[in-house]
Design a protein around this ligand. Structure first.
Ligand SMILES: CC(C)(COP(=O)(O)OP(=O)(O)OC[C@H]1O[C@@H](n2cnc3c(N)ncnc32)[C@H](O)[C@@H]1OP(=O)(O)O)[C@@H](O)C(=O)NCCC(=O)NCCS
Length: 334
């Protein structure tokens, strides 16, 4: 199982991950699990009394888990000043910064920004919009990039697709209607996510309802231009578009519709033109194939931060910690 392999990879070079929702019982159970399995070094944030009470309620042993009562920490003022500096141009006052940094998601992502931890995982008790916004404001986009997006790691039973049945689908969760340069950045960062999570060279398909000029429409022009932009920025990357999904995945179709393509027929990274198509595609794939959809996993941030579903279980949080740790390992090598 791919998630088990990712946990093993995380444990091979343990990273330090902050779990800002430390007063949440599932988060506490996950922290214990991560420390017990040596998936990562864990710091949880929150009121120490509330954390200990929640730990008792789930019989969790917090030995080895660092508890940081961030509101009472000695560096609280410094963190508020840092946030104020980051957001002053947007009209944020020092008083507002102090209020914001009390929110553990913001404090946690400032720890990530400063390199005091390697990544963050939150969203068990906060909405996706709030969790993503905290990461955008405190960590921001990777150097030379502007777009933070997300991907799903899809695993389908038919091992002929992608890398032994595993593929990257993007963006299915964050950027609603990407323009040309945003779509290009989604493709480039998805290629990196493929290397980091699947450990194979990416073959990136820019998907459309047209293959190589079979139809004409401004929707298609966006995909063609984004493909050109990716090639101009990363000439060595195997990327092709515009391609229909069958031409991207089935070699017999690729031979007739996109002969000579280095990607068509063997794509392991599928880039969708907008959030409608991406979100629909991942849910259809999961339900119709009996496959697994892991995510959304954020990409394009300067350092890793990930969002959970509010219905998550402790096991899901531990998996997200392992994924975040593997993303951090990959960023340190690149
Ligand atoms: C992610 C999301 C919450 C960001 O919302 P937003 O309203 O743009 O957030 P903010 O206005 O607080 O923007 C924060 C900053 O990040 C920037 N930003 C927003 N989205 C960004 C992105 N995808 N990449 C990089 N920067 C981004 C904004 O430009 C803004 O910058 P500034 O404050 O320095 O000017 C929003 O895009 C969203 O809701 N996406 C859809 C999520 C969703 O519903 N998914 C459902 C399927 S899971």
């Amino acid at each position: 199982m791919i998630l088990q392999k990712i946990r093993v990879r995380a444990a091979a070079d343990p990273q330090h991950i902050v779990l800002p929702e430390g007063e949440d019982a599932r988060t506490i159970a996950a922290a214990e699990m991560c420390v017990r399995e040596r998936i990562a070094k864990i710091t949880i944030l929150g009121d120490e009394e509330k954390i200990r009470e929640a730990a008792r309620s789930v019989n969790a042993n917090l030995n080895g888990v660092e508890i940081l009562d961030h509101r009472r920490s000695a560096d609280f003022g410094k963190m508020a000043t840092l946030y104020h500096e980051l957001r002053r141009a947007k009209g944020v006052t020092l008083e507002e910064a102090e209020q914001t940094v009390k929110d553990p998601l913001f404090y946690g992502n400032l720890l990530v920004r400063l390199g005091r931890v390697d990544g963050s995982v939150a969203g068990a008790t906060n909405t996706t919009a709030h969790t993503v916004r905290a990461a955008l404001h405190c960590i921001g986009a990777r150097q030379n990039f502007k777009t933070v997006s997300s991907f799903f790691l899809m695993v389908v039973p038919n091992k002929n697709f992608g890398a032994n049945g595993a593929m990257i689908y993007a963006d299915c969760g964050v950027v609603i209607d990407p323009n040309v340069s945003e779509l290009a950045e989604i493709a480039i960062t998805s290629a990196d996510s493929c290397r980091a999570l699947l450990q194979v060279e990416p073959k990136v398909a820019m998907l459309s309802f047209s293959t190589k000029g079979s139809a004409k429409h401004p929707f298609i022009d966006k995909i063609v231009e984004a493909t050109k932009t990716v090639r101009a920025r990363f000439p060595e990357l195997a990327v092709d578009g515009e391609l229909q999904a069958d031409a991207a995945l089935i070699s017999a179709v690729a031979e007739s519709k996109a002969a000579g393509s280095s990607v068509a027929g063997y794509a392991n990274v599928l880039i969708f033109p907008d959030l409608n198509s991406g979100n629909i595609a991942y849910k259809l794939t999961e339900r119709l194939t009996g496959g697994t959809a892991i995510g959304p996993i954020l990409q394009g941030l300067d350092k890793p931060a990930n969002d959970l579903s509010r219905g998550c279980k402790a096991e899901d949080i531990a998996d997200a910690v392992a994924i975040t740790a593997v993303q951090s390992q990959a960023r340190k090598i690149s």
